[in-house]
Write a protein that binds this ligand. Structure first.
Ligand code: Y39
Ligand code: FE
Ligand code: FE
Ligand code: FE
Length: 230
């Protein structure tokens, strides 16, 4: 576990804080926007779960509005082109999988990887956030556990047929997450979020999800460190 947070004071109105926030806030807004559209697309692939998936999509849209309010509150304008570029790899892979009807890959990318990334980022952000953003983020992170749980339950119920595709999709997508974490670590640190804490929290959520789905400890170790070194 990370050491108990020594609550550092942040000057939320300093230029250095606002500059870093313009990128991290954009990443979160773009992520929520893409999550919204990813759940709507998954609803097309899984008509039997359509109602549930549309409900999850709507939650993502609310998250997006919440985080836009956080940026406004700090008088920061989010750098959306930067954020679109940040998500381009995962976005492209999701769209490719969707076009091929590969629902297992879509679920792995959005409902496991991106949700575990969101849970890590929001958990680590909450103790260092301004009061306004903290309240918003506390509400959001509860929803993200619901989303992760949806992916877990579906993949657990279909584990036998999904296993191979999950391993392949993990191989293709987890390295992108480590790259994204490296790319964002400087800005994250300005906000008081350490990369080591983000990696740790991600590993916990993702590893627990893989375990609940049916992977063995050995498989989880192999899968969750894939691409971590390079
Ligand atoms: O399911 C969701 O709501 C996920 C879209 C949101 C992704 C958030 C991604 C956060 C990464 C931020 C990295 C900051 C350190
Ligand atoms: Fe969300
Ligand atoms: Fe989400
Ligand atoms: Fe989510």
């Amino acid at each position: 576990m990370p050491e108990l947070a020594v609550r550092t004071e942040f000057d939320y109105s300093s230029e250095i804080y606002k500059d870093a926030y313009s990128r991290i806030n954009a990443i979160v807004i773009e992520g929520e926007q893409e999550a919204y559209s990813n759940y709507l697309q998954m609803a097309e692939l899984l008509p039997e779960d359509k109602e549930d998936l549309v409900r999850l999509a709507k939650m993502e849209n609310r998250h997006k509005k919440g985080f836009q309010a956080c940026g406004n509150n700090l008088k920061v304008s989010p750098d959306m082109p930067y954020a679109q570029e940040f998500f381009a790899g995962l976005h492209g892979n999701f769209q490719q999988a969707f076009s091929e009807g590969k629902v297992v890959t879509c679920l792995l990318i959005q409902a496991l990887i991106i949700e575990a990334f969101a849970i890590a980022a929001y958990n680590i952000y909450i103790p260092v956030a301004d009061d306004f953003a903290r309240k918003i983020t506390e509400g959001v992170v509860k929803d993200e556990y619901t989303h992760l749980n949806y992916g877990e339950e579906w993949l657990k119920a279909n584990f036998a047929t999904a296993k191979e595709e999950l391993e392949q999709a993990n191989k293709e997508n987890l390295p992108l997450v480590w790259k994204m974490l490296n790319q964002v670590q400087g800005d994250a640190r300005v906000l008081g979020m350490e990369k080591e804490a983000l990696v740790e929290d991600f590993m916990i959520s993702y590893g627990e999800a893989l375990s609940n789905i049916g992977f063995s400890t050995r498989e989880i170790m192999r899968m969750s460190s894939y691409g971590l070194a390079g």
